[in-house]
Write a protein that binds this ligand. Structure first.
Ligand code: 4H7
Length: 233
């Protein structure tokens, strides 16, 4: 095993106000196993641990007014400067970032060190974004109360691209989007459940016919749901 996946483990640090949320999510499933075996070197850190304020404060009111609070510079700069290694990519999860895709996840899986920064309140001081953040990523066009779930989504999506993380039963080859088509419908035993039948072509064992059927279903579904994927770019 060790010889097969002979590469440096990817190190991922997460800076958040809710480390328990990330640990709960990432301890489960195949990513949890990869962290346990050291294929992914993951640690969630509490931003408050870097606050020099006597009450461990990490937020303040925005200059110019407006609703809500912003995360202040000091804990963020100290956290990142304390954790960073020379090749580290510092990623801020925010609704206005570049959209996460499998292609982006594959690119990030090649980096030696990712530092994920989860925002809370109304966001963070722009000076930290300008001075330390190397990449801003969004997990989709919707708003969440904080960036910790988006950060977990990045760890999951990047983690499964790291050689050795997925077992055979969870291979990358069937991914939708890889071939720019949505997935075909799948069925398992029994052949009839409560009167509901499996398409007969799948029961015949005729592999060329099965391939043809699956491809047709993929195209049909992609036309219906994601016609944008069929436009050549
Ligand atoms: C940065 C700036 C990511 C992070 C603002 C984060 C969605 C995504 C956050 C905010 C996120 C995504 C704070 C703006 C809460 C809205 C009510 C945290 N939401 N928020 N405000 N799509 N929220 O990746």
């Amino acid at each position: 095993m060790v010889i097969l996946f002979n590469r440096m483990a990817v190190r991922i640090d997460l800076i958040t106000l809710f480390p328990a949320m990330a640990n709960g999510f990432l301890q489960e499933s195949v990513i949890g196993r990869a962290i346990e075996t050291g294929l992914i070197q993951f640690k969630a850190h509490n931003l408050r641990d870097w606050s020099k304020d006597k009450h461990h404060k990490v937020d303040d009111v925005p200059y110019g007014g407006g609703p809500g609070m912003l995360m202040t510079c000091q804990p963020l700069f100290d956290a990142v400067d304390g954790l960073a290694t020379p090749g580290a990519e510092v990623i801020y999860l925010c609704p206005d970032g570049e959209q996460l895709t499998n292609d982006l996840a594959r690119e990030l899986a090649k980096k030696p060190h990712l530092i994920l920064v989860s925002g809370h309140y109304e966001g963070i001081d722009q000076r930290f974004r300008d001075a330390r953040v190397t990449r801003e990523i969004s997990v989709g066009d919707y708003v969440l109360t904080n960036g910790t779930l988006p950060a977990c989504i990045v760890v999951d999506c990047v983690g499964r691209q790291i050689p050795g993380v997925l077992g055979e039963e969870n291979s990358l080859t069937g991914d939708s989007y890889n071939g720019k088509l949505l997935a075909f419908p799948q069925y398992t035993r029994p052949a009839v459940y409560d009167g509901l039948e499996v398409p007969p072509v799948l029961l015949g064992g005729h592999h060329a016919e099965i391939e043809k059927w699956r491809r047709a279903k993929q195209i049909e579904k992609t036309k219906q749901r994601r016609p944008d994927l069929l436009e050549d770019k």
